[in-house]
Ligand binder design. Structure first.
Ligand code: SF4
Ligand code: SF4
Length: 443
């Protein structure tokens, strides 16, 4: 029977991790549909940024209450899952609390007691987050782009985390009583369980066999729950617990909002302005080729970091809450820009899964997901990128899509077209010649 348990455990473990690996490969494939971008420079700065922002949560503290609660859930949940190592070894070899043999009695007691305190903090965090999200009316958490799946997803994650922690305490409490009765060897210290669930379970005076069923049930629930949670991530905004790390590593270390002038366009302008330039001169070695398309019309035209950003967005809405366009009632929401980019990318991914390669589906990110109205509502103020806790850059997607509208479709708003014509004709944004600029001061 024990042998069957172990085999069943192993099959579940391999299936769970196998499915998870398959999902990660799909995400990787989808991100690679984007244009390549070289962000391998300044490596030490990148490691430092990742450690500070993703691991250290440095930007979360801008909103202290949410920041502290998030820290409870993040640190607690990550550390508690170290216990997964113990669960895996116990599950495969049929041992009981394997880490106690490695850590020794005293340190194992300290370890299990610490996990209990962290688990309690996770419960406090998820309960307060649930109340805040559903009953407190925080504007950025109740906006219309979160209606439907995004809202349910956020709630499901909190419910799953809560259930996993309750299973953890149930397992510890029944284990503790069995240890007290001498049915199981005494390993670990469980201060929170002793104060909460242990007295509750003792009210019922369950016999040891029934308590073993409870302990094993909670243990299996905890294990299967972790596998489920891991595989659920693929469909959830909670992918950020993994992708926040590469997103911060590959973040733009230069000024956000700085326009990346295309070398090929700069060259054209210089040729126009230099009467002695030879338009037929051989290209300089290593010079950037003119791209086949300017800007972005679909996800294929965005770069890989922008697509990684779309998968990493936590949908927290900090960006949208500071966006002046959104605050003044415009249709634009920087959070929605990333959410729509991810939706389109996933649609393209499903198309590839079905057909083996991408078959034109007659849709594009531009117009079918993100409208011109949203794009032109952006003031390029940069507030969204400053507010993002994991250094995502929705503004760069807006830039690229605008670039497509201007350079490929000449579809800028009338005011901009007028200004660009003036620059072209007068080398100034106004409707008169540069030489007349100071006429206003003559008298
Ligand atoms: S840069 Fe654009 S999208 Fe970002 S906050 Fe400013 S107006 Fe909003
Ligand atoms: S872009 Fe950043 S700030 Fe905006 S919703 Fe996503 S994670 Fe939050």
């Amino acid at each position: 029977m024990q042998y069957l348990d172990n085999v069943f455990f192993l099959i579940l473990l391999i299936a769970g991790f196998g499915l998870f690996g398959k999902s990660l490969l799909k995400i990787y494939r989808n991100i690679r549909l984007g244009r390549e971008i070289n962000r391998s420079d300044r490596k030490s700065e990148r490691w430092e940024t990742m450690a500070r922002v993703a691991m250290g949560q440095s930007r979360m503290t801008a909103r202290p209450v949410a920041g502290v609660l998030h820290l409870f859930v993040y640190v607690g949940f990550v550390i508690i899952n170290i216990e997964l190592i113990e669960i895996i070894v116990d599950g495969i070899f049929g041992t009981h609390r394997f880490l106690s043999t490695i850590f020794g009695h005293t340190f194992y007691n300290f370890f299990t007691a610490t996990l209990e305190v962290l688990a309690l903090l996770v419960i406090v965090g998820v309960v307060l987050f649930f109340i805040r999200r559903n009953f407190y009316g925080v504007k950025r958490l109740t906006m219309k782009e979160l209606f439907g799946w995004p809202k349910n997803d956020a709630n499901w994650i909190l419910i799953i985390e809560f259930a996993l922690m309750v299973a953890f305490f149930t397992m510890n409490s029944s284990d503790f009583i069995l240890q007290q009765r001498g049915v199981l060897a005494a390993h670990g210290s469980f201060p929170i369980s002793e104060m909460t669930l242990v007295p509750f379970l003792e009210i019922f005076s369950f016999d040891s066999i029934f308590l073993e069923v409870i302990e094993r049930g909670a243990w299996w629930f905890h294990f299967v729950g972790i596998l489920f949670f891991m595989n659920y991530l693929y469909y959830s905004k909670h992918l950020h617990i993994i992708l926040a790390f590469p997103s911060t590593w590959y973040a733009n270390l230069d000024l956000y909002g700085k326009f990346n002038n295309l070398e090929s366009v700069t060259k054209e302008i210089k040729l126009m302005m230099d009467p002695n330039a030879d338009p037929y001169a051989a290209p300089v070695e290593g010079a950037e080729e003119a791209p086949s398309k300017f800007g972005a019309e679909d996800v294929f035209d965005l770069n890989q970091v922008q697509l990684l950003n779309a998968y990493s967005c936590t949908e927290c809405g900090r960006c949208t809450s500071v966006c002046p366009a959104n605050i003044t009632g415009k249709k634009l929401s920087p959070r929605a820009i990333l959410m729509k980019t991810r939706d389109r990318l996933e649609e393209v991914g499903r198309n590839i899964d079905k057909n083996g390669k991408f078959e034109d589906d007659g849709k594009k990110l531009l117009n079918d997901y993100i409208t011109k109205e949203e794009l032109w509502a952006c003031t390029t103020c940069n507030a969204c990128t400053q507010a993002c806790p994991i250094l995502l850059d929705p503004l760069s997607i807006i830039f690229e899509m605008r670039r497509f509208l201007v350079m490929e479709q000449s579809a800028a708003p009338q005011e901009l077209n007028l200004m660009m014509t003036n620059v072209e004709n007068n080398a100034a944004p106004w409707q008169y010649n540069q030489a007349d600029r100071l006429n206003w001061a003559k008298d």
